[in-house]
Write a protein that binds this ligand. Structure first.
Ligand code: NAD
Ligand code: IPM
Ligand code: MN
Length: 371
């Protein structure tokens, strides 16, 4: 009997709406398979935690996250907290989870479901069959480098400083993850950096080349300048399979890749730590790539697919439940084939539904497959 400990952190805005749809799936899987139990805890994060406790995540919630087998995260942020001190911004809760749990490898798959080939802002001929995986380094670079500050200058001017820092070890470990993933896909890896301008870029180029040679020389490795990569993703996205890149470029390239799938509401992610030497267990957090979508929150309009697909990634990467993960992804594909669409992926002639109807339809499809 396997017991999987989940910590659900819905967060703010549409985070709570999409999490409700995942909870239905958790309940179903727990009731359907007697050999699996999900032990579910919940807590606040982001603006909701700030309102209740004055900080974007409490030590108590961090302790729960540390003890969990997987954290399932909705989204944080919103205008309401625009003026709170920087260190208490809703986003600080997410950044602390990533950093303190050492979740350095962020997997962001962008898959264009067949039914959505015409929903992308790119032509069908470019996105049909698209299946790429961005591996974003998540605990280093510009997000966490010191100093990070706004300095008052003598003449009333201010200077904002962010620092981009990477060590050999930080690059090597995420490149290995990307090489491992490339091996089980099409054996092709792109590494995007700016070694023509940035010192960290020079190190990314050097370490990636060395790690590739020592660890997986059979994988086809392509080094690409990050700006060219952004352009090539729009020009011909299917030339890519796995792309490994730093924290900031990965953030931007993954939002770009999202639009090839039809909507930001389609992109899930897994943030993984290193496997423990003795147990093989790795810390993990699963979240959609999108944010709290203040413009549509509270209206039941959000697309829950990125959130549900993030839970499928949890089943696959944390619980060895690949079959159930596949079943969830197939249920999503079938529901899209049947013509249901949330507003963000709406197309002529299709049936517009809200968050709850979309979640229920996916659950029913899953029930039909697994029962
Ligand atoms: P966003 O991702 O929240 O929204 C961008 C656009 O995409 C909006 O028009 C929104 O309506 C749409 N969208 C996003 N997710 C959707 C979904 N599931 N279904 C339908 N439409 C969807 O980005 P933003 O507006 O730049 O940021 C809003 C807030 O979210 C900010 O505070 C930002 O810091 C935060 N944010 C949080 C996360 C996170 O929690 N992981 C990620 C990105 C942004
Ligand atoms: C993401 C988000 C976050 C990031 C924010 C909310 C901290 O945009 O997960 O892509 O910039 O990493
Ligand atoms: Mn982002």
């Amino acid at each position: 009997m396997a017991t999987h400990k989940l910590l659900l952190l819905p967060g703010d805005g549409i985070g709570t709406e999409i999490m409700a749809e995942v909870e239905k799936i958790i309940d179903f899987l727990g009731s359907q398979d007697s050999s699996v139990t999900f032990e579910v805890e919940r807590d606040l994060v982001g603006g909701a935690a700030y309102d209740a406790h004055g900080e974007a995540i409490t030590d108590a919630a961090m302790a729960k996250a540390d003890a969990a087998d997987a954290v399932i995260f909705g989204a944080v942020g919103g205008q309401k907290w625009d003026d709170v001190p920087y260190e208490h911004r809703p986003e600080a809760g997410l950044l602390r989870l990533r950093k303190d749990l050492d979740l350095f490898a962020n997997l962001r798959p962008a898959i264009c479901y067949p039914a959505l080939a015409d929903a992308s802002s790119l032509k069908r001929s470019l996105v049909e069959g698209l299946d790429i995986l961005i591996v974003r380094e998540l605990t280093g670079g510009t997000y966490f480098g010191e100093p990070k500050e706004i300095v008052d200058l003598a003449d009333g001017e201010q200077r904002g400083v962010d620092t981009t820092v990477y060590t050999t070890r930080e690059i090597d470990r995420v490149v290995r993850v990307a090489l491992d993933l490339a091996k089980v896909r099409t054996n092709k890896l792109h590494m995007a950096a700016k070694w023509n301008v940035m010192k960290t870029g020079v190190l990314w180029q050097k370490v990636t080349t060395a790690t590739h040679k020592a660890y997986a020389p059979d994988v086809e490795l392509n080094l690409i300048l990050a700006d060219n990569c952004a352009m090539q993703l729009i020009r011909n996205p299917r030339q890519f399979d796995v792309i490994v890149t730093d924290n900031l470029f990965g953030d931007i390239l993954s939002d770009e890749a999202a639009m090839m799938t039809g909507s930001l509401g389609m992109l899930p992610s897994a943030s993984l730590g290193a496997p423990d030497g003795s147990t093989g267990r790795r810390k993990a957090l699963y979240e959609p790539v999108h944010g709290s979508a203040p413009d549509i929150s509270g209206q039941g309009l959000a697309n829950p697919i990125a959130m549900i697909a993030s839970f499928a990634m949890a089943l696959r990467y944390s619980f060895g439940m690949g079959q159930q993960a596949d079943a969830i992804e197939q249920a999503i594909a079938k529901v899209l084939d049947s013509g249901l669409r949330t507003a963000d992926i709406m197309q002529d002639g299709k049936t517009k539904v809200g968050t709850e109807q979309m979640g229920t339809a996916i659950l029913q499809e899953l029930q039909a497959t697994l029962s």
